[in-house]
Design a binder for this molecule. Sequence first.
Ligand SMILES: Cc1cc2nc3c(=O)[nH]c(=O)nc-3n(C[C@H](O)[C@H](O)[C@H](O)COP(=O)(O)OP(=O)(O)OC[C@H]3O[C@@H](n4cnc5c(N)ncnc54)[C@H](O)[C@@H]3O)c2cc1C
Length: 464
Amino acid sequence: MTSHPSPSGYRGLSLWHDDPTLDWTPQDPLTGSTDVDVAIVGGGYTGLWTAYYLAKADPSLRIAVLEREVVGFGASGRNGGWCSAIFPATLRRVAAGTTRDAARRMQVAMNDTVAEIDKVVAGEGISCDFKLGGYVSVARNEAQWARAQAEVAGWREWGFGEDHMRLLDRAEADDRLHASAVFGGTFTPHCAALNPARLVRGLAEVVRGLGVRVHEATGAEELSPGLVRTSRGDVRAGVVIRATEGFTAQLPGYRRAVVPMYSLMVATEPLPEDVWERIGLRSRETFSDKRHLRIYGQRTGDGRIAFGGRGAPYHYGSRVKPGFGQNPRVHAMLRRILRDLLPDLGAADFTHAWGGNLGIPRDWYPSLSFDRATGMAHAGGYVGDGVATSNLAGRTLADLITGRESDLLTLPWLSRQSPKWEPEPLRWLGVNAGTAVFATADRTEARTGRPSRAASSFWKVLGH
Ligand SMILES: Cc1cc2nc3c(=O)[nH]c(=O)nc-3n(C[C@H](O)[C@H](O)[C@H](O)COP(=O)(O)OP(=O)(O)OC[C@H]3O[C@@H](n4cnc5c(N)ncnc54)[C@H](O)[C@@H]3O)c2cc1C
């Protein structure tokens, strides 16, 4: 189990935690056993969005959010701040278990979710530098350019037009993001950049205002129908929601449910205006390129670049530790990739380096469930795309629990169960082999321009 860092320790967790406007002192720990209608374990976006929509739908509900550390300790406080319409499972995978129409509706629901978050953030006055500037992804070798073209053609086959995703020629891509070696790219308007910690902390304030009890420094030790045993007392509840994402494997009974993968990030100092004039991102578009091992960046509200990527090792036995977010090799690699991508950065300093654990289900397909008979519910498994997906999960769980009929209840991700991960050492071998295959493929493609067969085969194994 994780130890509790001091409030100043929390401040060191990421660029976003190191924010003088945020106070990380744990608030309102549980003081003895209690009864509620809904107990939510995990104070990240999933837990808080669910609490928000439940409290809005039925103000009489007694809701408690139980957070072992502080709200925003997990991925919700540390992420890249892309509020995107990316659903981690491909539409092909979604349609395979349902219909093409259901898969299309899933994507439309994701697009709508970005707009929903915009609406709530503005309506509730959450100050989180939200900017709906879209997402530009550049292709930087022939293999990446071929993927960009195939991606856009794929969206057309699904009936999504230019307003969903469009191909950019070299000049258009360059106009949005002046990166090196650009062949072209893609652009979607369905993505916003935001400050993740301010969103999660702001949400906690909003739900407290709606009467939800948010107990920090209150770790759940066991979840069962009607009861959450915590370090500070029992919480008896009609409904128990598991919203622990990348920490789920630490809970008894869930060791093989989701793999905690670390994604690591770095941030530059605030860049001067003349550098921004050269780099672009005038609408604060989020950005990446088309490599296999995903990278992601944003122009922050205070003019930095926050930039992250996969590539950190998976730790045997699904272990999770704050220290795993610090990996000098991967952080140096990220700084190198960003300088190579954006030569206009020049000698800009990097001020922050951090990481966090996200949750990967065995089939890379997020899920949510509510069993009315036992009162047990869960949502998660968003891979690296949980900022918006968790909102959709929260709205859907609220409808399920309050019994409100809605279109959300017909979306195909409901009540699907992802298979369990393999026992160790197979899990460790498989996950780290995947990372190695993608890293090698990216290097080979950059050198030869030819699409990597090994990477395509691995994507197929993952259902892409
Ligand atoms: C570095 C990084 C970058 C990312 N970038 C993006 C991005 O740009 N866009 C995007 O869409 N997604 C991104 N993601 C993924 C996204 O952040 C997550 O999918 C999302 O935040 C998950 O929210 P959550 O509430 O389900 O989980 P979390 O935010 O991880 O919250 C779970 C909470 O549960 C608490 N908890 C755990 N165990 C217990 C227990 N036993 N008792 C009580 N509390 C417990 C934890 O302390 C934690 O606060 C990124 C993730 C990382 C790590």
